[in-house]
Write a protein that binds this ligand. Structure first.
Ligand code: DGJ
Length: 733
């Protein structure tokens, strides 16, 4: 059978090869006459290379490890990997852009016009302008290369100079082409309270799509990020891997198309679903950016590249310290008044945290916010609960030596609210259909400038009246279903895109007036977690699930893309059967806070917690700003081990979490990473319960970095219990 097949295939293969040679000859002959034009987007370790060919079109010729001799890029072969594949012409795979012109022509050709590079310190921006030879539509591809962080930020501008509106059907941010023997995709998915689960699969021929059609709470099921390993599965320390994330707080789409030549194209951008965009004459559409990095040393380095970039550029005040806090949500839910709150402030003091965060339930008078059924949208203090207003709470907090923060959900409205009664036309809802509620609420029509003013005013009025407010939690508890914008009228297909753009407009205004006010991004947990939003926010709430066991996986997932200072972790009463120490150690791997009733804690628990907060003050600069090394994955073992190392490699913190322990299970030594082999380090187990002895035999001793990285330390030692943990401080002598 085998032989027969080969015989049958042989003549076809010969014919195909001859055809390919003829084609190649023609192409080379044409291209030989045109001047050579190559454009290199360079980071420290990786380059992205494009070339202009004789047909005037631009092709990606390379993306990978920087060659020692970049002159050799010139030798790269001709291929069909166009920089921004257009629909309607000869490329019959997935397009990056699909345009319908004013005359109905559904095709686009993009030819090179010009390119420029502008270097400002660490950042070099390359812009490549392309234009259709027959229609006045142009595209500018932007690539911002962050040299030291090895990050490329890529986005696209589409300009229409036709006499009338063109229709953008697809308008990706980026397309990247790869050639490898195999491709392994890691995606991050979940649901409310089970966010960011890692899932890895080998790509097969055809198209794999990861997307969101959820609108406001876009990342609820799928997160806008992925890792792609080439040739073999990458691990933390080895393998060729691309980590990428779309900076967009709305519907996104990643397409991975593996073609008949085993080439992969990855198209990333706004989800075109229900989002045909009509671009008027003279207007430019700017896509969100895809932020990506390339590593030849596995996922760990890819994450560190993302983290460094995020702290330096991607997150608001990424280099500034965060505050520790006590939140009242899980302690009281909606059941509180002024007196209860002021008493809770004492709890914050007992724990030693810096801020009290008042959650949902403080507003609404005609329709008091006694539960989630009413009051959303009416942002005046509830007179019964807070007779002396927020002002009093801020003063009381200040008197007790802590700061005060407050929860809002400014994009939303309960039908049982004065806002709904006064402005039914400010709300996204379909005509002639029943209203569709999630958590008894609807979404405001942010595309309407009056609504934008209103949402901005929620923050501005509150801050003007209470300049002492030191922190905001910005929540968003529903997706966009059954939506229709009364404001957009016949432009309903703009809704998903414009909603996000208008959210950014409001946030721009807030940030213009309050540039450094810490604001936590929350969306019923991690329903919003992307770098489009994070340039306005200092941190985000990864999940409503604060069970420490679950949190290890959730925080692990987010750690692939976000630095620890952006991940808010609260110690709560969820899974209270686990020790307070375990819950505390888990929260410490990000921005630590509490969300529990301190009055219900024992003296010993309070003492332990105060000690932990003090310790965290010492460790947090390393956790927030250090390099993260994920040493043992909870997906691969019954434990999770990770460590942070500061830039000078003289301070490190290691967290070890035992998730489960089988009978006689042996946990072998863990080899550390990121230390200086030449340095001597003192190893000390910290955050122990009062009177408890260190469980790690290396604790209290000194070792070289070389020893710690090649021999390792016992983690955990002896008979560790399931759901137990150790924190190890490692300091150079
Ligand atoms: C959802 C958030 O995730 C919770 O932390 C809390 O703020 C509630 N909303 C309040 O309604």
């Amino acid at each position: 059978m085998h032989g027969v097949n080969q015989l049958n295939i042989f003549p076809i293969m010969v014919k195909k090869s001859i055809a390919a040679l003829v084609l190649l000859f023609c192409v080379v002959a044409t291209y030989a006459q045109t001047p050579f034009k190559q454009i290199i987007v360079q980071t420290k370790d990786a380059d992205l290379v494009f070339r202009v060919y004789g047909n005037g079109r631009v092709y990606q010729t390379y993306f990978g490890k920087k060659l020692r001799n970049t002159d050799e890029y010139k030798a790269l072969p001709i291929n069909r990997k166009e920089i921004y594949v257009t629909a309607g012409m000869e490329d019959l795979f997935q397009p990056a852009i699909k345009v319908t012109h004013t005359d109905g022509n559904p095709s686009l050709v993009l030819q090179y016009v010009s390119d420029k590079q502008d270097k400002q310190g660490n950042i070099t921006e390359t812009s490549i302008e392309l234009k259709d030879p027959k229609y006045p539509v142009s595209v500018v591809m932007h690539y911002q290369a962050y040299e030291q962080e090895n990050i490329i930020k890529a986005w696209t501008e589409i300009k229409n100079d036709e006499k009338g509106a063109i229709s953008l059907v697809n308008y990706a941010s980026s397309i990247l082409h790869f050639d490898a023997t195999k491709y392994f995709l890691t995606q991050y998915h979940g649901d409310h309270a089970s966010e960011m689960k890692e899932q890895e699969s080998e790509l097969t021929s055809g198209i794999k799509v990861i997307d969101s059609k959820l609108g406001a709470r876009a990342a609820k099921y799928q997160a806008p990020m992925f890792m792609l390993s080439l040739n073999k599965q990458a691990d933390e320390t080895s393998g060729e891997v691309i980590a990428a994330t779309l900076a967009w707080t709305g519907n996104f789409q990643f397409q991975f198309e593996l073609d008949e030549l085993n080439s992969l194209r990855v198209i990333s951008g706004i989800n075109p679903y229900a989002s045909e965009y009509h671009l008027a004459q003279g207007k430019t559409f700017t896509t969100p950016a895809l932020i990506y990095t390339y590593s030849t040393t596995g996922k760990g380095q890819a994450s560190r590249n993302m983290h460094t970039w995020a702290r330096n550029y991607g997150v608001l005040d990424g280099k500034l310290p965060r505050t520790t806090l006590l939140n009242n949500w899980e302690a009281t839910y909606f059941n509180f008044n002024e007196e209860v709150l002021v008493n809770l402030f004492d709890g914050a003091n007992k724990l030693g945290v810096g801020l009290f965060l008042l959650d949902d339930g403080w507003f609404g008078n005609k329709y008091p916010r006694d539960n989630d059924k009413a009051g959303l949208g009416d942002w005046e203090e509830n007179k019964t609960r807070l007779p002396h207003n927020i002002e009093y709470l801020v003063k009381q907090a200040e008197a007790k030596g802590i700061k005060f923060g407050i929860w809002i959900e400014p994009e939303m409205v309960n039908p049982k609210s004065e806002l709904y009664e006064k402005h039914p036309d400010w709300i996204l809802k379909l005509p002639n259909r029943d209203e569709n509620y999630q958590r008894n609420q609807l979404i405001l029509d942010l595309t309407n400038p009056k609504v934008q003013d209103y949402v901005y005013g929620i923050v501005d009025n509150m801050m003007t009246k209470n300049p002492g407010i030191a922190y905001i939690k910005w929540d968003c508890n529903r997706t966009m279903s059954n939506t229709y914008s009364p404001y957009l009228k016949d432009k309903q297909s703009h809704l998903f895109v414009d909603y996000t753009l208008c959210l950014y407009k409001v946030l721009d205004r807030i940030r213009a007036k309050y540039p450094h006010l810490p604001i936590m991004l929350c969306s019923g947990g991690g329903g919003r977690s992307d770098y489009g939003a994070m340039k306005y926010f200092t941190e985000f709430w990864p999940s409503d699930n604060t069970d420490p066991l679950e949190r290890i996986y959730i925080q692990w997932g987010y750690s692939n893309f976000f630095p620890a200072n952006t991940i808010s972790n609260h110690i709560t009463s969820w899974n209270k059967q686990t020790s307070l120490k375990f819950r505390t150690d888990v929260a410490m791997m990000g921005r630590l806070g509490y969300d529990l009733d301190v009055k219900k804690m024992t003296e010993a628990e309070i003492k332990f917690s105060h000690g932990a907060v003090d310790l965290y003050k010492r460790l947090s600069p390393v956790i927030w700003q250090g390099d993260l090394y994920r040493l043992i994955s909870p997906y691969e073992a019954n434990r999770a081990v990770l460590m942070f190392v500061n830039e000078g490699k003289d301070k490190a913190v290691l967290f070890n979490y035992v998730l489960n322990k089988r009978f006689r299970e042996v946990f072998t030594k863990v080899k550390l990473q990121g230390l200086d082999p030449q340095k001597q380090y003192k190893v000390q187990e910290v955050n122990l319960n009062e009177g408890a002895k260190a469980t790690v035999p290396e604790s209290g001793k000194t070792y070289s970095g070389d020893y710690l990285m090649n021999v390792g330390i016992s983690q955990p030692a002896g008979n560790a219990l399931q759901q137990s943990s150790n924190v190890i401080e490692i300091v150079a002598l």
